[in-house]
Each structure stands twice: as C-alpha cells, then as structure tokens.
Design a protein around this ligand. Sequence first.
Ligand code: LLP
Length: 402
Amino acid sequence: MIDFKQLAQKYKTPLYIYDLDHMTAQYTELKDAFKARKSILCYAVKANSNLSVVRHFAKMGSGADCVSIGEVRRAFLAGIPSYKIIFSGVGKNDDEIREAIEKDILYINVESEAELGRVELIAKDLDKKTRISIRVNPNIDPKTHPYISTGLHDNKFGVDLSTAKRMYIFANNSEHLDPVGIHFHIGSQLTELKPIYESAEIVADLVRSLQTIKIELKFFDVGGGLGIKYDDETLIPTYEYAQAILATLKGLDLTVICEPGRFLTANAGYFISKVLYEKQNGEKNFLVIDGAMNDLLRPALYSAYHKIEAVTDSTSSLKKVDIVGPVCESGDFFAKDYLLPNLAHNDLVVVHSAGAYGFGMGSNYNTRGRSAEVALESGEDRLIRKRETFDDLIALEKEFLN
Ligand code: LLP
C-alpha cells in the first residue's frame, strides 16, 4: 500500500509518483513472453521520459525507442547503450539525423522516401554507412482511439508496402545505407490481437520477398501499443501477443524488437492532488483540485478515463461530481459525473494509470509550474524531478525584458 498522505506531506501536491517495482514486473513479464527468440525491448521513452525512469529500464537491459534527438540524448544519459537505441518519427530534421548517425545508434527508422534520401546524403557527407529500418504502414485498423491509431493509410506514419520495397532496394544499393530492420506500429492502447497478428503477417511476408532478392534483414520491430487496464478493458495476454508475432516469423532468423511504453509505466504511476474547494452551479457539483490539465492532459485531449480515488476519512454517501482543475478552460477536467464522497479542503485524490503520457504531455499553460516526480523502489521514496518554480518558468525570457 502506498502512503499517499505521507508522500503528499513530504513532497507537496500536485505530485507524480512512480512505482519502479511495478515497472520491473511489467518489463520482466513481457521480456519473458518473447524468450523463445532473440529479442530486445526498446522502451518507448515518450511514455515517461524522466531520466530516472529511463535509467531504471537501462539497468534491466532495455533499449530505447526515441522520437526526437532529445529523447536519444536522454537515452544515452540514462545509460542505454548506443546499439539498443532506435530513432523513429515522421519528421526528423537534418541536425537530428546527423547526430543519430554520429552516435552510431542501432538504426534510424525511416518513414518516407524523402527522408531516406536525406539520411543517405548526410551519411555520405559524414563518410559513413548507417543502419536503417523502414516503417511499414500495413493499412490495418487497430480498433483504438482515432488519435492514437497509426497503422492506416489515413495516418501520416510509415510507407505502404510497395514503397517500402522500393526503399529497401535503394538502400541496399547505396554505399551509405545498411538496411537492417523492418518496423510497424499500428497504434496504442491495443486490446485486440487480430490486427497485430495480421500486420505482423503482412510485414513478415515483405521480409520473405526481400530475401528472394538477397536483402537480408536482422530486426523485426513490432512497435509498441499493448493496452493496459484503465477501467475494465479485456487485455491481450502478453504470452499470446508474443506467440502470435513469433508464429508469423517461421523460417526467418530475426531478432524481435518490441517498443512498449504504456504497458511498462502507465499503471506504475499515480498523480495525486489536493482538494481545494467543492462548489455547485445549479444542480451540478464540482470538485476543484490543485492539479490541472497542464499536469495530465489525457482526459481533456482524448476524453480518456482514469480511475480516481479519494483519500479521506469521510463516510458520507457518494455523489456525482466533475473533478476539475484551476486552469482557465472548460476542458480542464479529470472526470465528469464521477462518484465520490464529500471531501474537505486538503483531502487527497489519487488519479490512477498516470505513469504513461502523463507528466510528459504536461505544459506550463497558465504559468503553472509542472509537478514534482517521485520514485518508489523497495519501500523507499526519492525525488526524481523537482517541482518547477516561477523562476524556472521565466528563465528563458527574463533577459529580454526591457
Ligand atoms: N513505438 C512507436 C513508433 C510509437 O509511436 C509509440 C507510441 C510507441 C512505440 C509506444 O506505444 P505504447 O506502447 O505506449 O502504446 N499520447 C497518447 C499515446 C500516443 C502514443 C504515440 N506513440 C496517449 O496518451 O494515449
């Protein structure tokens, strides 16, 4: 049991808390599921990019899936070896590509023909041969929220199969490109296995057809996307997930790469916040807390559900409240019509499943400093990011004030 009250007293609120032991258990479960093959789990740094969290995965042998050179630098700082770092994303700029090549990461995951041209040019300029992978868009509906669906031709990600093949041939003929991998990622918070299996089959067939023209890949990267329980979702068992993917790879000697983010961190994270006030507008009850959409954007952005729990001695009956923050937007809510007991000033609420896409999607909107972050490990708590101060927020502007 986590003592939220004690942590709130010690570190103040709003506050992010991450249970690193839970992350370890998730990592181990998924890694074990793939044990029939060579595999690398490349933690998707965007899910929770706190350096201590990334370091935690580095210590377990994890690689990193990065989507900006900033994330690549975080991965290095956290101790992930270069040969386990992948750099994806539809819009890498020249400086990012150059740095990734210089840092000799495992591969750059290329998302368009135009990008492949830039990578070749920059590798040539550096007089290097650089490893690449191509992100294939298998045109499969992952059956998830449209904002986190990525594997349809309607989405900006990856290239279609025939373009991919053309790109592999180009890369194979280039002195500066070494095509080593193939990648797909059809979406996030996936709870159905079939679309993943179908995508893996399509992509594995492309690997086979490349073999017939003597292009031999080494890495089969299945992206991330494994769903987690926010509410009462039925999940894909990790073992079945791994088995389905491995079943598509019969006869192929490939290392499997998987890029989990949410699966590793979401349910290890809690966002705690203090009750400021209760108020009514006509029939409607509001619970105003000190955390806001700038801390946790998912409810506002995706109407995402997060379980919320009150830490209180109140024994009152439950009533429906909208749990809202101080930000000047009607979209600043954590939940609507949520059943909670009567709460008093300074009572705590705990927002669950906040360890992925929580802090990282935060902002300083309304000149609010971002929360502190705390890690729990083997019964100990420690600060892993300070609360932002007003001075932090204005640091890059102050010198221009005249
Ligand atoms: N690999 C690639 C190429 C990705 O684009 C992503 C996530 C992942 C791996 C990790 O996916 P995960 O295992 O965490 O599902 N902000 C949204 C999620 C956006 C996901 C973007 N890409 C949310 O809060 O639900």
